[in-house]
Design a protein around this ligand. Structure first.
Ligand code: HEM
Length: 411
């Protein structure tokens, strides 16, 4: 590490967290932190302190420690202002501890079991084929984000939640606006995102009210939640919060993985060619894409409920902890030559979906969607290429979920 890197890392440490992630790679300072200050106290943009944990083993230790809480109502929980829009106004189970958290996981898990989501595969394949047909029939270049990355996950979410066929247009547009607010100032983007969140909450409330009145609330997730509320297991408010958090958690994540995954494959033409030749390597390549990109990089927030020692440093009770999954996934001590994208490495134990009891409930669904999308793209559009230099792409550098606003492609 050069003197200049050390000096700039030390000065970054004095700036409020989070630090801008320029494009796909993490902020440079993470590598320095892993080596020199693996557990370090920083001040967040809102003024509250929090401890950054940057090494793979330490991140795993934090995420499996029962003395660490995910409940955002605890004093000292890392500030919302620092991680941007994370749906934290709604107390969802993402930000709960057991036993409340366990209740929701139990209620929802069956919807995301591998067998259940595999049963959706043919329908997802049809959807992806239709979506790609539409892109191929349209003008060139096309914006891959609008044409494929956004509509596929929002349509799949509308199926599993139970959005009415005739409302799908509204649902897709509003879920897209939650995070994909265009290229305005951060304030303008935040205002659009809040407006989209409000109309989505209003919509889910209306839908839940209708289901309550119906003789049979239905078998989709909304129907299951309404039934659980009728039985007194959860409150009416929880029905809406849970419907909303699933939408927030399941949409932009999969959309961004689709767009940035496609970009990364196009940037590595030899590996792309190999995948085209051997599509059986696609599942392993998806794990490597998940690790390498770690798009959900500022959502995992925790607070210590007791004094805990992590990597030789004591984090006092009541102070916030940010286990940086992006840094852990780029830790050479766990993933040799971690900065390199390599579809042949075994990346399965990455933390792109988190770790421990809050590990992403939707991961089997995300994996099926990504598999169908990449497999279909490789087969059907062998000449796919970027229509603009990477330097011109605008990354969502302010967002807790990384992505690109547009991805112009041609073929
Ligand atoms: C590639 C796509 C996705 C990525 C990278 C991703 C990432 C994550 C991460 C990192 C967490 C852990 C948060 C924490 O520990 O605090 C998480 C949790 C969660 N994800 Fe995902 N996710 C994806 C897709 C989905 C989908 C498709 C759904 C549902 C339709 C979903 C629903 C959830 C929910 C409900 C939680 C909270 C789980 C809990 O607290 O127990 N995610 N996700």
């Amino acid at each position: 590490m050069t003197d200049a890197t050390i000096a700039s890392s030390e000065s970054t440490l004095n700036e409020p967290f989070p630090w801008e992630r320029p494009q796909i790679d993490p902020p440079d300072v993470y590598a320095w932190l892993r080596e020199e200050r693996p557990v370090v106290r920083v001040v967040m943009t809102g003024g509250t302190p929090a401890w950054l944990v940057t090494r793979y083993d330490d991140v795993r230790a934090v995420l499996s420690d029962p003395r660490v809480s995910a409940d955002s109502r605890n004093p000292g929980f890392p500030g919302r202002s620092a991680a941007g829009a994370g749906g934290d106004d709604l107390q969802s189970f993402l930000r709960m501890d057991p036993p409340d958290h366990t209740l929701y996981r139990r209620l929802l898990t069956k919807n995301f079991m591998v067998k259940r989501v595999e049963a959706l595969r043919p329908r997802i394949q049809e959807l992806v084929d239709r979506t790609i047909d539409a892109m191929l029939a349209g003008p060139k270049p096309a914006d891959f984000v609008q044409a494929v990355a956004l509509p596929v996950p929002s349509t799949v979410l509308s199926w599993i939640l139970g959005v009415r066929e005739e409302d799908r247009g509204f649902f897709n547009k509003t879920t897209e606006e939650l995070f994909n607010t265009g290229e305005g100032t951060p304030e303008e983007q935040a205002a659009k995102s809040v407006a989209a969140a409000n109309s989505l909450v209003e919509y889910v409330s209306g839908l839940a009210a209708e289901r309550r009145k119906a003789d049979d609330p239905g078998d989709d997730i909304l129907g299951q939640l309404v039934r659980a509320a009728a039985e007194g297991t959860i409150s009416e408010r929880d029905v809406i919060n849970t419907g909303f958090v699933l939408t927030v958690a399941g949409h932009d994540t999969t959309a961004s993985m689709t767009a940035l995954g496609t970009l990364t494959l196009l940037q590595h033409p030899e590996q792309l060619a190999e995948l085209r030749e051997k599509p059986e390597l696609i599942p392993a390549a998806i794990e490597e894409l998940l690790r390498y990109l770690t798009i959900v990089h500022l959502i995992i927030l925790r607070v210590a409920t007791e004094d805990i020692e992590i990597g030789g440093t004591v984090i006092p009770a009541g102070e916030g902890i940010i286990p940086l999954n992006l840094s852990a996934n780029r830790d050479d001590a766990h993933f040799p030559d971690a900065a390199k994208f390599d579809i042949h490495r075994n990346a399965r134990d990455h933390f792109a979906f988190g770790y421990g009891m809050h590990q992403c409930i939707g991961q089997p669904l995300a994996r099926v969607e990504l598999h169908v999308i990449f497999d279909t793209l490789l087969r059907r559009i062998p000449t796919l290429q970027l229509a603009e230099p990477v330097e011109q792409l605008q990354f969502k550098s302010q967002s807790p979920i990384n992505g690109v606003f547009r991805l112009p492609v041609t073929w």
